[in-house]
Design a binder for this molecule. Sequence first.
Ligand code: PLP
Length: 422
Amino acid sequence: MARINEHYLKLAGAYLFPEIARRVEAFAALAPELAGRIIRCGVGDVTEPLPASVVAAMHRAVEEMGTREGFRGYGPPWGYDFLRDAIAEGDFRERGIAVDREEIIVSDGSKTDAGAILEIFATGDANRIGITDPVYPVYVDTNVMAGNTGPARPGGSYEGLVPLACTEENGFVPEPPDERLDLVYLCFPNNPTGGMIDRPRLEAWVEWALRHEAIILYDVAYADYVTDPELPRSILEIEDARRCAIEFHSFSKNGGFTGVRCGYTVCPRELRGRTAAGDAVPVLELWKRRWSTRSNSVAYVVQRAAEALYSEAGRRETRALVDGYLANARALREGCAAMGLRVHGGEHAPYVWVGCPDGLDSWGVFDRMLEDLQVVITPGAGFGRLGEGWFRISAFNSPANVAEVVRRMQDAGRLTAAPATG
Ligand code: PLP
């Protein structure tokens, strides 16, 4: 009988979102008269339709593929040059950051990239890996699957991963630790806390990484939500970050591509890792080899769609989408404040991070919000041990739904442990 990868068996119970779905379904079955009122502010999935320029580009690409002259078979493993050039220009060179086409690898999204990147690093206990708490759970689970951890600890963390605390006291931005780490995951604007890092603190991380020869895996899935030009949208804005960082980008949260699927990584040419014997090796070469062996990138139609995001109309449309979600986030901040809750995030991110009222833990708040208000939030405990005591409310919704959520919050007043219904 075939042996399985037993690291999968270490993964803690149900993944957060299936458990949320289970509870919502159970509530709807128990109170069918309220099921139609449920508004989902839980999962970080976008709600608004694709930009018109994206739809037009997809149509054009489909038509092309239906002609003998325009047909394309296997695409280049790192993405078409037209898209890599548009990215290099639009996301970097226009902002004064030197990145070129060869350092950009197009993928089907940051979720894929966050897991796949581990294939080019040694597994087991070869690397000391730092992961923030609370955290986007994909970083943790992919390390478990790769065999980089021991068993699960109570509260959802794993032996072998070094937690980097994100707390109200440090503004949800971890300090570089005193110890040596080899790989560190950072994500700003942050999911789940909605927090943002400023330039001096990011510089401190870069300086630390260079000193320890660590690599920072820097996730900027929400880069377009940064509205203050003083705040860094990319770690590559920081001098010398090219020697210590790989950056993950996604078109999901600006272009509405959660269903279309496209993103990319930037792996600077200068970045080096080491062999067990101590020889320095360019990481980009391994990463490119990983893609050319395993993939031919994403569909031509999808890459034309992503390219359209960089057109003048595409930029206008993405800006409008992001601004709409940011307006929702502002309204939700006000709604939560009206309930007397402690509110963070939501200024440079589509997530508002809210303190649980006394007497309720984060699943307790989830149940109260669902049963009393028919609003689905995400319990902070699902994002790590330090997420307990907090919940995340997502601004990915229509303005009308958000206005309704805020109205219900204002009407409800304070959340208490005692159920208001039945
Ligand atoms: N990175 C972070 C921090 C996210 O929150 C998400 C999605 O929620 C992703 C990556 C996934 O992005 P993609 O849709 O490109 O896979």
